[in-house]
Design a protein around this ligand. Structure first.
Ligand SMILES: [Fe+2]
Length: 376
């Protein structure tokens, strides 16, 4: 197993944590402070705690503006007047945003929010495998193509399976690429074709999940780590006869075909200094150092907390091609219904391009959200 994470405060966690020999050095002072440069743009906050839509702003104009760095740095923080992080932002109809500009933008957000020079865009080990997995795939390995045709070809259930072929979507919540030692920080998803109806995407706030747990239990959870992994990806590759992408995937630590990593159960987002619950949904295998029953109990309880607390979720409808979402995986979970809807309808009109970039090893530090959190 690859070495993974260590707390920023120097605490060497047990249960599989291995302190990296050469920890990544951040390039800016963290946590970041808001600079207010986005305050004059029209926006809609879709819920009290997560999500902000900029209905008229143009990202390419922002990239070309004289204060471009300020605007893009503010996107990383996406703060509002009371410092409550929004976690996910959306921009509408970004028709002049090319693939290359989208790559440039997401890398710039990383650079301005402390991305180490050693980290870059992720290459998905399955969707961008080194074999032929789908004719719809974008040839750029740093762009993951999301399409129902591609997904059913890559992840489709084995026809000999005795299980029902019916689809259920309850288990789609996840934080992107948590199976990598250096998982995704920011992700961006741009729909190049929209479904005729449905296909919404949901996000949920990890800060809120953590904040709704009692203080004694929070403290207990902070001492735990979780093993993340995707053995089903490995099985899908074997079944489909294609080879996983085993070269470095956005960071030197993300290499090989094991697709497994250990991360803290509670992690601190260095951009804000706030804590978030991390092991929720897909990618989570087990909590380390506890019994199997206890691990199952915690993981299913985390998921239930997310599902039952609808007020920490936000649902976004894709209106037009080139609507784009940008979110921070260190404090949000995403549920992507788009491809599932297409399966149910038998239609396949939608196509999306997704970019993830890596930043640093997940860690737990001493700072808390309570210092800045304003109750609502
Ligand atoms: Fe994802």
């Amino acid at each position: 197993m690859a070495p993974v994470a260590v707390a920023q405060n120097g605490t060497d966690h047990s249960n599989g944590y291995t302190k990296p020999q050469n920890g990544h050095a951040t390039t800016i002072e963290l946590p970041m402070k808001p600079n207010g440069s986005l305050d004059d743009y029209k926006y809609n906050d879709l819920t009290p705690c997560i999500g902000r839509e900029f209905p008229t702003a143009n990202l390419v104009d922002m990239m070309n503006a004289p204060n471009s760095n300020e605007l893009i740095a503010e996107l990383a923080l996406t703060s509002m007047e009371n410092l409550r992080l929004r976690g996910v932002v959306w921009f509408r109809k970004q028709d002049n945003l090319t693939n290359d500009l989208q790559k440039k933008l997401i890398l710039k957000i990383g650079e301005l929010s402390g991305r180490p020079k050693t980290s870059g865009l992720h290459v998905h080990p399955v969707l961008n495998s080194e074999g032929e997995v789908g004719e719809q795939r974008d040839p750029d390995q740093e762009i993951s193509t999301i399409s129902s045709k591609l997904f059913s070809k890559v992840y489709g259930r084995h026809p000999d399976s005795a299980l029902s072929q019916k689809k259920q979507n309850a288990d789609q919540w996840h934080s992107d690429i948590a199976f990598e030692p250096v998982p995704a920080d920011f992700s961006s998803l741009r729909l190049t074709e929209c479904p005729k109806t449905g296909g919404d995407t949901l996000w949920a706030s990890g800060y809120e999940l953590y904040d709704r747990i009692s203080a004694p239990v929070q403290k207990f959870l902070e001492g735990l780590t979780c093993t993340f992994g995707r053995p089903d990806f490995i099985a899908a590759a074997q079944r489909g006869g294609f080879k996983l992408y085993e070269k470095p995937r956005g960071a030197a630590e993300n290499i090989g075909g094991e697709l497994q990593a250990i991360h803290p159960v509670v992690r601190t987002n260095p951009v804000t200094g706030w804590k978030s619950l991390y092991p929720v949904g897909q990618h989570c295998q087990f909590i380390n150092g506890v019994t199997e029953e206890e691990s199952n109990m915690f993981l299913s309880w985390f998921k239930r907390l997310l599902k039952d607390n609808h007020d920490l979720q936000v649902r976004f409808h894709w209106n037009d091609p080139n609507d784009i979402a940008i979110w921070d995986n260190r404090c949000t979970f995403v549920h992507d219904q788009m491809k599932r809807f297409a399966d149910a309808s038998g239609d396949d009109p939608q196509l999306a391009l997704k970019l993830n970039f890596q930043n640093d090893l997940p860690s737990l530090s001493l700072s808390t959200r309570e210092d800045t959190h304003v109750a609502y």
